[in-house]
Design a protein around this ligand. Sequence first.
Ligand SMILES: [Mg+2]
Ligand SMILES: [Zn+2]
Length: 241
Amino acid sequence: MIRLYLDFDGTITLRDVGDELFMEFGDFHVHSAALMSGETDVRSYYKGVVQSLRKECTPEALKSFVEHQEVDSGLLDLLEFCKKRDIEVLIVSDGFDSYINPILSKHVLSNSEIGIGDLKVMSNTLEYRGLHWVPAFPGATESCSCFCASCKRNAVIGTSTESDVTIYVGDGMSDECAIQYCDVVFAKHSLAAYCNSHRIPHHPFKNLSDVQRILASKLATGELRHRRQAAVARAIALRSE
Ligand SMILES: [Mg+2]
Ligand SMILES: [Zn+2]
């Protein structure tokens, strides 16, 4: 089976919605500086920045904030392409369900063949409880040192078998760990720079239409296959879990 792992912020959406949300309603810069300097880990960062959300950030305010977020124009075609070819898509995000789900509902579910069953998402959660937002990290792990609260590496190795060919599409730091375990990597922005400096074979892309076009040609020529380094990394990670 072919499996495609798709990052959300900056890959499905044009901007990093999480960052924008915390910039709009919280003390993003203070908390993000502490994260970037290594003072805090991602989970503590999220707890802090969520706590900094001002009381204007009600569920209604979040809803209207989300309304303005745009997605990559190639998203629907890519999802439909995968559905037709039995490529299993999993959205792996270190962001929060409270903005991911409404964005997917608006841009995917309401105008395509893609149903809710085709849209599997692994992410952190953010719940509004008694005037406060409460984050939770169901995908957190102690056994991985990735730059994620929701471990994308575990999403990959936990949902794929040895015979599966795994494809990853992403743009940023939260994807750096997971791509080491994937056979085919599509990277843009800082993730592409990371791949270059770490000699990870990858396809640079600008938008999801590029991804679809390259995938189609790889499928046609039988080039979607295992990458030895990824298979070795997967086997080692599985043994140590
Ligand atoms: Mg991203
Ligand atoms: Zn991890």
